[in-house]
Ligand binder design. Structure first.
Ligand code: AMP
Ligand code: MG
Length: 475
């Protein structure tokens, strides 16, 4: 197979938001993991991707004719503080793969770019494998996400606290348009009074992600509503799965509604809305239970960017934007409630919600492992009442009296998630050169709902000696 054809759609249409750039050439590239299934879906030949030419593509060392790799510019609120220019400091958009719709092929860890500021532009093996594992787990759970095609070790050492082996991750995404991309375009509109770039960006987002909005009476308001809907659904998915993103800055929120930028993210074990893993999230801004509110805050920032496109006067624009934003929380709550009662095998009703609330309160009070609780509950529903902690003794008969659908529960409640201690063990082994635990973990978590023999270790929370889990960004 020859190298794939890449378009340079974004690069050509948005020179203002794209700096042509060339990836660093890795001294000794070595493929660590390749997503053969995803490659197949993208029409890429896994055997070719494993060849020297394939590795040259996966590291950006050599790109197909016609491709025009760029570092994308964007702004963003980081922990609530506005940064007028962020951009891909260590990433490149290689181009788009054509198909039913365009899919970005993007590299992370491919060297310094003009947006690198103080950073070295590099990434290391552990965190890139971590993004691969967690994003593929999210996909298997049915949660919209960017995908991971491959991780290639570069053969170079990267200076962190200690020298670490470098790596490049190849990421596939519906696009890399972020709230922060719109913030940069809106900033330019404010500075120059010229709405051209902002309007083109909104038109591009509509064409690429929400083509129905074009037919709406007010396409830009329809775009805002569609992004709000996509995010309400995404955040409900995260909350139902117990996923903590960890760094929900506006530059890490996509317009497409895919989860992006797996830095300090992790899955919650003991149920607790205050759960925070990120070592730099001192105030708990991005705690598990805060995610819906933060998403709403980020969407308000997005709404501000499109205000000049929404109506003839600022007053009118503000009124329709606020009204549309006000739809977020009720929509999120509706999706969350429907998903949560389904996790309990129940149909939606006032009684179901009350029962769910009581169970969540018991889980918080007694630090019950969130993911395994639902599968244990299904066991209890089948008659094994010892499957649940004794504190559920009074609650259980009331739940059983509501005739829960146990078979349905087993379709929506995963057995296997990437447990923090197992992810750490697998990454530690990979850093030593042993990729078997990562491969095994991937095999387990990419088929999360079907319980298999011999995998009991993957079902359980971390042993107490693992301690409080801390994660890091920008690594
Ligand atoms: P993130 O926390 O991954 O969303 O990154 C926030 C910003 O920092 C983005 O603009 C990244 O491109 C940039 N960045 C993170 N790590 C590095 C690095 N090692 N070198 C250069 N830029 C980086
Ligand atoms: Mg980011």
């Amino acid at each position: 197979m020859a190298s794939p054809t890449l378009t340079a759609d974004f690069a050509h249409q948005f020179p203002e938001l794209a700096k042509s750039w060339q990836a660093a050439t890795p001294p000794e590239p070595r493929l660590l993991v390749l997503n053969e299934k995803l490659a197949g879906e993208l029409g890429l030949d896994p055997a070719w991707l494993r060849s020297p030419d394939g590795l040259a593509l996966l590291t950006g060392a050599d790109v197909p004719d016609g491709a025009a790799p760029v570092a994308q510019a964007y702004a963003g609120h980081q922990f609530g503080n506005y940064v007028p220019l962020l951009g891909d400091g260590r990433a490149l958009l290689l181009g788009e793969l054509a198909g039913d719709h365009l899919r970005d092929i993007h590299l992370k860890g491919s060297g310094r770019t003009p947006f690198a500021r103080g950073g070295d532009g590099l990434a290391v093996v552990g965190p890139m494998l971590r993004e691969y594992v967690i994003s593929e787990a999210m996909h298997a759970l049915g949660i919209p996400t960017t995908r991971s095609l491959a991780v290639v070790a570069t053969g170079a050492l990267v200076q962190r606290e200690t020298p670490q082996p470098g790596a490049v991750l190849t990421r596939i995404a519906a696009s890399h348009l972020r709230v922060g991309s719109f913030q940069l375009a809106a900033q330019q509109a404010h500075a120059t009074g010229d709405l051209g770039l902002l309007r083109r960006l909104a038109d591009y987002a509509i064409a690429r992600h929400y083509p129905d909005a074009r037919q709406a009476e007010n396409p830009y308001l329809a775009l805002l509503a569609a992004v709000i809907e996509a995010q309400a659904s995404l955040i409900a998915d995260w909350m139902l799965a117990g996923f903590v993103h960890g760094v929900m800055n506006t530059d890490n929120m996509t317009i497409s509604g895919e989860t992006i930028d797996y830095g300090p993210c992790a899955f919650m074990e003991a149920y607790d809305p205050a759960t925070v893993f990120s070592s730099i999230d001192y105030a708990g801004r991005y705690a598990y239970g805060n995610q819906p509110l933060v998403a709403q805050w980020n969407l308000a920032r997005f709404a501000e960017t499109v205000l000049p496109l929404l109506a003839a006067t600022e007053e009118l624009a503000l009124a329709v934007a606020v009204e549309t934003l006000e739809g977020f929380m009720p929509r999120y709550h509706g999706l969350w409630s429907a998903g949560m009662v389904a996790k309990f095998g129940l149909a939606a009703s006032v009684e179901s919600i009350a029962l769910v609330d009581q169970a969540l309160a018991l889980m918080t009070e007694h630090q019950v492992d969130y993911t395994s609780f639902f599968r244990r509950l299904a066991h209890a529903g089948r008659g094994d009442t010892a499957a649940l902690p004794a504190v559920f003794g009074d609650w259980l008969p009331r739940w059983r009296a509501m005739n829960p659908d146990i078979d349905a529960m087993e379709c929506v409640n995963p057995v296997y998630i990437p447990r923090n201690h197992l992810v750490e063990q697998a990454l530690t082994a990979a850093m030593r050169g042993d990729l078997a635990p990562v491969d095994q973990l991937l095999g387990v978590i990419t088929d999360p709902f079907r319980q298999r023999a011999g995998l009991a270790d993957y079902e359980s929370p971390a042993p107490p000696e693992f301690g409080a889990y801390r994660t890091f960004c920008g690594t």
